[in-house]
Design a protein around this ligand. Structure first.
Ligand code: HAM
Length: 437
């Protein structure tokens, strides 16, 4: 059997690959208006970065990382030896930890400086069980703002995210924005204890996974897909009733700014997100129909302690990432058509082989003049060449035969209007420009 792409990966075929480029360009344009600029960090990082940054007990780190070992180290491991901690590498499961590492390493936010507003786009890797909307390699576009604590940073990022989704064509009516506050190191520990106590009271109604997690991170139980667990956790204490004054004020200010901007949202006190670094604001955009259980097209939040976790000075941060493939699915569900990658303005058809060299010259001249132009390279009959031109979506076909060539001309056919005219070969680029450009 022919070799297939690995499970959980997906080829972006030409239309999707073209749209990926446009998607990134649109993100750079929209986010650029808010001051975000592009960075590129490596696809591999020290495993330790994700362990410290995302959290050892998270699913992403404890069971979904792809670990990479370089040739020499692989041999060492296979021979039963040990490798240094810094040689233990993992494919990035997300972009935030790497960007924060880069900010710390290059001191991009010196004390007193304006915040660093960074965006990135590229593949992420999680060894999850593949299902609809859940891949092992997927593409994200994300932003991170380091060095600012103000709620206006949270609000502008959320507004920017919603503007982007609308700009790429996801209808506002098909999306729901959920917001919550996760509190901070002052108020969250006490809240976590409350949830743990609540879970202990309901231990016999909760699944084993939730109860094992209860000791380390009881808040994970809010994410459990088991229906009974969800019903039990619906009655658990709500974080928003247990925020400290600073967190409560911060959260209220974020919502006030969203209200002022007319951005609709739903407060969801059970929204905890799957990564351990979050503090205060968290948010997620879910698509109402068509994506099944993997319906989050983007999400993010504040992470005021992450820079310290990875060895930097205290630097507040906030960001989000959105999944390209899930956005594609959302667009498909909304009936939005992707632009076609293959375009052909002009097809040059040869009546016989004697004109092939002249046709080749005409094709080059048109391409040099900026026209998307194609010809047959497989000796097709004239009829088949027209079929090919049609398949490529050519708007015009230039027919070149010995008679035309004797006059230094071709017959230029308008495929939609079924009209044709003799045009001098030298005038074809200009005629095409007159009609198309
Ligand atoms: P996340 O919620 O894990 O957050 O991922 C962001 C988005 O990536 C999701 O909403 C989803 O669209 C897409 N995504 C995640 N996992 C998969 C998968 N297995 N297959 C397909 N798409 C997927 C983060 O990654 C954080 N780094 C976001 C962030 C940035 N928080 C602060 N700054």
């Amino acid at each position: 059997m022919a070799i297939q792409a690995p499970e959980g990966t997906r080829d972006l075929l030409p239309d999707e690959a073209l749209f990926w480029t446009r998607f990134k360009d649109t993100a750079a344009e929209v986010f650029g208006r808010y001051g975000y600029v592009l960075v590129e960090t490596p696809v591999i990082e020290q495993t330790e970065l994700f362990v410290r940054g995302i959290g050892e007990a998270t699913d992403v780190v404890s069971k979904e990382m792809f670990t990479a070992v370089s040739g020499e180290n692989l041999k060492r491991l296979l021979d039963g030896g040990a490798i240094k901690a810094k040689s233990r590498l993992s494919l990035r499961p997300e972009g935030t930890a790497g960007v924060v590492r880069a900010v710390v390493q290059h001191d991009l936010v010196p004390q007193g400086a304006a915040p660093a507003k960074l965006m990135y786009a590229g593949p992420m890797f999680r060894a999850e069980r593949p299902q609809k909307g859940r891949q092992r390699q997927f593409n994200q576009v994300g932003v991170e703002c380091l060095g600012a604590e103000a709620p206006s940073i949270d609000a502008e990022a959320i507004i920017m995210l919603m503007r982007f989704f609308e700009k790429v064509g996801i209808p506002a009516s098909s999306m729901e924005l959920l917001v919550n506050s996760m509190g901070c190191e002052k108020c969250r520990p006490a809240y976590r204890d409350l949830v743990r106590a609540y879970m202990d009271e309901h231990a016999d109604e909760l699944c084993e996974t939730c109860m094992t997690r209860a000791a380390v991170n009881p808040l994970r139980a809010f994410d459990c897909k088991n229906e009974q667990c969800a019903a039990v956790m619906a009655g658990a204490p709500k974080i928003t009733d247990h925020l400290c004054d600073d967190c409560r004020e911060h959260y209220a200010a974020v919502r006030e700014l969203l209200d002022g901007a007319g951005v609709p949202y739903v407060e969801e006190p059970k929204l905890v997100r799957g990564l351990d670094y979050y503090t205060r604001t968290v948010f997620e955009v879910q698509v109402v129909d068509g994506l099944g259980s993997q319906n989050a097209i983007g999400g993010g939040g504040r992470y005021d302690k992450l820079a310290e976790e990875v060895g930097g000075r205290p630097t507040p941060g906030l960001g989000f990432a959105l999944g390209y493939e899930r956005c594609l699915m959302a667009l498909e569900a909304a009936g939005v058509e992707l632009p076609r990658a293959q375009r052909c303005d002009l097809f040059v058809a040869c009546v016989d082989d004697s004109v092939r060299a002249s046709a080749f010259g005409l094709v080059q001249a048109c391409r040099d003049a900026g026209i998307v132009c194609e010809m047959d390279h497989q000796g097709r009959s004239l009829k088949s060449q027209f079929k090919l031109a049609d398949k490529l979506g050519a708007a015009r076909v230039a027919v070149l035969g010995p008679d035309e060539l004797a006059e230094g001309a071709c017959t230029l056919r308008d495929m939609a209007a079924h009209e044709e005219a003799r045009v001098k070969l030298a005038d074809v680029p200009e005629e095409m420009h007159r009609v198309f450009l």
